[in-house]
Write a protein that binds this ligand. Structure first.
Ligand code: ASP
Length: 323
């Protein structure tokens, strides 16, 4: 047998077993911690350092999981749950208040490999909404559970529950600390590409401060605030959710890539800066595609954001114009 034939056969066997693709496949993780009026003048240095540290810590953990061969879905769940436990962000423990001084949490997760997804909304007692979203995705025949039903399902699935007081950290925070926080401490989101070429996205939020009875934003609406498809990209959004729902932002970016063959960056520019702008909405989007290209774009003054990629690129940024 010729040497070239043997080599070709070997490559085919390796590719078929997934070993070659897994080794050569780029991987990486991108996160956001909300977009809004985030400027060097609006955040004191000590607080900016805290945000940077939290985002780096989450990125490091997610990246390590991917490096060790973990799945994109596990990575986004881990990272988002870490940020949910961090009161600097408007998700999980740090959730903002509704008009009647409650905390109502929303989250979602999506697996780009099979378009399976899970979403939860109007939660009052779930420590990590993203974990419940994952359980909806993996352990129920449904996609979207809300309110009491979602919490009943959480009990059945032994998802960690907490008292409503757990989320009231903001009311316990000293005024001088509150004043230091930026206007809008943000929603959290994560997108990842793993060594097997699978994409995933997850987003979690307390919603918009002072939201009215029963309001649900874009975060748990699959295709609006969160979307993942191995053929295109994984997307997580932040901003006034109503505009993201009206413009189907996350899916719109994926659809342009699928139907028009444009790049992730081109699709995001069109959706965020043209299509959404026409309806008046502002916010931010993070994304990663199947080749490992990433975007972190926003039409606000700033966005807490960061990425860590297998080619060594690693950054955490807060303000506009930072590179
Ligand atoms: N998109 C979230 C919502 O409308 C809020 C945010 O991202 O800050 O619920």
């Amino acid at each position: 047998m010729k040497l070239t034939t043997v080599i070709t056969a070997l490559i085919l066997v390796l590719m078929y077993s997934g070993k070659l693709t897994a080794q050569n496949q780029k991987f990486g993780i991108v996160i956001h911690g909300g977009a809004g009026y985030i400027t060097p003048g609006s955040i004191p240095d000590d607080l900016a350092k805290l945000y940077t540290k939290s985002l780096k810590n989450a990125l490091d953990k997610g990246y390590k999981l991917l490096k060790n061969g973990g799945s994109a879905v596990d990575a986004v769940e881990l990272v988002v749950s870490m940020l949910e436990d961090d009161t600097l962000f408007n998700a999980g423990k740090g959730a903002v208040f509704t008009e009647d001084f409650k905390n109502e949490l929303d989250a979602s997760i999506m697996n780009g490999a099979d378009l399976n997804c899970g979403a939860v909304a109007r939660l009052h007692h779930i420590k990590n909404p993203v974990k419940l979203a994952r359980a909806v995705m993996n352990k129920s025949s449904h996609v979207f559970l809300a309110g009491d039903g979602a919490e009943k399902f959480a009990k059945e699935e032994k998802i960690e529950m907490v008292s409503a007081e757990y989320f009231k950290v903001w009311s316990r925070m000293p005024n001088e600390m509150k004043q230091k926080m930026p206007d809008k401490h943000g929603t959290v989101g994560c997108v990842a590409l793993d060594k097997n070429g699978n994409l995933a996205a997850a987003t979690s939020t307390g919603g918009i401060e002072g939201k009215k009875y029963g309001r649900i934003g874009d975060v748990p609406v699959i295709g609006a605030g969160t979307y993942a498809n191995n053929n295109t990209c994984a997307i997580s959004c932040t901003g006034q959710g109503e505009y993201f729902i009206r413009n189907n932002v996350a899916y719109d970016i994926s659809a342009q890539m699928e139907y028009k063959g444009v790049t992730l960056a081109q699709a995001t520019d069109y959706t965020l800066f043209k299509r959404m702008k026409r309806t008046g909405g502002v916010g931010g989007v993070i994304g990663i595609d199947k080749m490992g290209n990433i975007i972190l774009k926003f039409s606000t003054e700033g966005m807490f954001r960061g990425y860590k990629l297998s080619n060594g690129d690693y950054q955490v940024l807060l303000y506009k114009g930072q590179k």
